[in-house]
Ligand binder design. Structure first.
Ligand SMILES: O=C(O)CCC(=O)C(=O)O
Ligand SMILES: [Fe+2]
Length: 221
């Protein structure tokens, strides 16, 4: 029998929770490079303030930039998204082969919360895996900007029931989310002067390339 992979405990944890923290995923150099890219791209990002009809009218107060724009203006981010070693590792953690999302809009996006009350309201994603990379984050948990999710529940109401979890992240952290089956949202920023900037890389499994909702086109085009 082959020795169990050293990733096996993490795979099990990810399967159980639908969430896996990846603290200090980015090196200091990686954080600086991606942070510079994000600052440059932010000039073209678009302010969004609306409720998402297909997600129980949950609020979106944030500034976003879709993957089609990122692909045109950031070879660095595109290259990182397509890194084969990264896709292989995500496949080990999911327990299935992982491939890039074909849709240029949703495959990699930039989400910026920068005003008090800014929030990315409750939803599930179209594709099974979200790898979220933190470029900026509020310093303290009571500053808001927490990821909130409910393991094993895709219904958005579950976010307000016992068992929902809230997690604070720092710049350079990442996390992996089983984002199609796990209801999630980002809590509102609680005070002026704090910012939260993430890159979200969406991945899928072979043969699953259809978006299931119109939410990405409403938020990113
Ligand atoms: O910003 C986050 O932590 C979550 C991002 C997210 O859920 C998304 O982009 O679909
Ligand atoms: Fe999401």
């Amino acid at each position: 029998m082959p020795a169990p992979s050293r990733w096996e405990p993490l795979r099990q944890q990810f399967t159980a929770d639908g969430y896996l923290a990846l603290p200090s995923l980015l090196s200091p150099k990686g954080l600086t490079e991606l942070g510079d890219e994000a600052s440059r791209l932010e000039a073209d990002a678009v302010r969004r303030d609306f409720r998402m009809p297909c997600m129980d009218d949950s609020p979106r107060h944030m500034t976003t930039l879709g993957g089609h724009h990122i692909a045109r203006h950031s070879p660095t981010i595109t290259r990182l998204y397509q890194d084969q070693d990264l896709a292989r590792l995500l496949g080990v953690l999911l327990g299935e082969r992982v491939v890039a999302v074909r849709d240029p809009v949703e495959r990699h996006v930039l989400n910026i919360l920068h005003q008090p009350g800014d929030t990315h309201g409750a939803h599930t994603d179209d594709y099974p895996l979200a790898l979220v990379l933190f470029l900026e984050a509020p310093p303290r948990p009571d500053d808001g900007g927490l990821l909130e999710f409910h393991p094993g529940r895709a219904d958005l109401a579950a976010l307000d029931t016992p068992g929902a979890r809230r997690v604070h992240h720092q710049p350079a952290d990442g996390y992996l989310l089983r984002s199609d089956l796990t209801a999630h949202r980002v809590t509102p920023l609680a005070r002026p002067g704090v910012r939260r900037t993430v890159l979200n890389f969406a991945y899928t499994t072979p043969g699953r390339q259809e978006a299931t909702t119109s939410s990405a086109s409403l938020l990113y085009t």
